[in-house]
Design a protein around this ligand. Structure first.
Ligand code: SF4
Length: 368
């Protein structure tokens, strides 16, 4: 017969707290792995169905040539990564993509642009995109860089539901990764987004060369905001040739899962998103991340490309784990091409770099 140890019994309820201390969070990271995962799973079950994972699609509406110098990002104009830069996508084209995403069953459409901040000349087009996506009945999400207070209100008034702006890492380590904008700039944007009434999506990256203390420090920043971000993406660095971090040591999978678990314990009602870097992870590592409380992913185009034997990896993993049962991926994938909006969409987009490919980590690996 087993018994619950005092170490586990100490934290069976997970109230929403905003007063985390660094030492307290470091202690969470130091817990025995099984105890940590158990606690995270309990916290997760207080707020979510443990077998549901939200799936998002992300479209790059403006790729490359970003003036920021984020050392991990292939979209930075400071590094030569061979990424072709592109202008802002036409509104019509964006809405066509949104329509296809809707036909595929998506409920939220995320749009990302590699900008320091949205240029005034492009704001009218951005507003049109938001309104158009809303008219389709989809939730809208954008990541466009820093925002002024006025821009945040403009986006909110247009109906934008979510704004993504990551903290990336701790305030202490931040200067090793980005020099062209400050940590305070990021916090200011997030507070403008919140004050304007939009939902906040903010997280960071594991594997930049940071310490465990830095991971704890980043989570303290997120969890101690007056309201937790509704979405907390935790990325595993995708090392891209040509960026200054191309040779940084890879993060241990177990350490990555610990970060997910601690994030879930600290922000139990938030969606913790297993974000960029999934292509580096085995099925077992992803399963551990779901067990630790990750309940959101970005869809890779390979998921729905039946021609490739590797293509259905995500769907197969979900089936193996009993995730999102009742979602009829199989029937849709096996449907004849002309009857299958998802397959048609991804077949059409296979050679299009605009779609974020979570499995390859391309195109939007450094979305902010
Ligand atoms: S992460 Fe965002 S801000 Fe930084 S270089 Fe890439 S696109 Fe620009």
């Amino acid at each position: 017969m087993t018994s619950t140890s005092p170490a586990l019994a100490e934290n069976f309820s997970s109230p929403l707290r905003h007063d985390w201390t660094l030492s307290e969070v470091e202690a969470l990271f130091q817990k025995p792995f099984n105890d940590l995962i158990f606690q995270a799973q309990l916290a997760h079950r207080e707020h979510f169905d443990p077998n549901q994972v939200q799936v998002s699609t992300l479209l790059s509406i403006k790729t490359g040539a970003c003036p920021e110098d984020c050392k991990y990002c292939p979209q930075s104009g400071h590094y030569n990564t061979g990424l072709e830069k592109e202008k802002l996508m036409e509104v019509k084209k964006v809405l066509e993509e949104a329509q296809r995403a809707k036909a595929s069953g998506a409920t939220r459409f995320c749009m990302g642009a590699a900008w320091k901040n949205p240029p005034a000349k492009d704001m009218p087009y951005i507003i049109e995109m938001i309104k158009g996506v809303k008219e389709l009945g989809l939730e809208s999400c954008m990541t466009l860089g820093m925002l002024s207070e006025d821009q945040a209100s403009e986006l909110a008034q247009a109906g934008l539901d979510y704004y993504n702006h990551n903290l990336d890492t701790s305030p202490e380590f931040y200067g090793n990764i980005i020099t062209t904008r400050t940590y305070s700039d990021r916090l200011n944007t997030l507070s403008f987004v919140r004050e304007a009434g939009m939902n906040v999506c903010s997280g960071g990256i594991v594997g930049l060369g940071e310490t465990e203390r830095d991971r704890a420090g980043m989570l303290v920043q997120l969890a101690n905001m007056p309201k937790h971000p509704e979405s907390v993406p935790i990325n595993m660095l995708v090392k891209v040739a040509g960026t200054p971090l191309e040779d940084v040591d890879a993060v241990e999978g177990i350490d990555f899962v610990r970060t997910i678990a601690v994030a879930k314990i600290m922000m139990p009602a938030s969606n913790v998103r297993l974000s960029a870097g999934r292509e580096l992870m085995s099925d077992e590592l992803q399963a551990l991340a779901f067990l630790a409380g990750a309940n959101s992913i970005f869809l890779g185009d390979k998921l729905l490309t039946t021609a490739n034997p590797e293509a259905n990896k995500d769907r197969q993993l979900f089936e193996k784990l009993g995730i999102n049962e009742g979602h009829d991926w199989g029937a849709m994938l096996e449907a004849p091409h002309e009857k299958c909006p998802i397959k048609a969409m991804y077949d059409a987009e296979k050679s299009n770099d605009h779609y974020y490919d979570a499995m390859a980590g391309k195109s939007m690996a450094g979305r902010d």
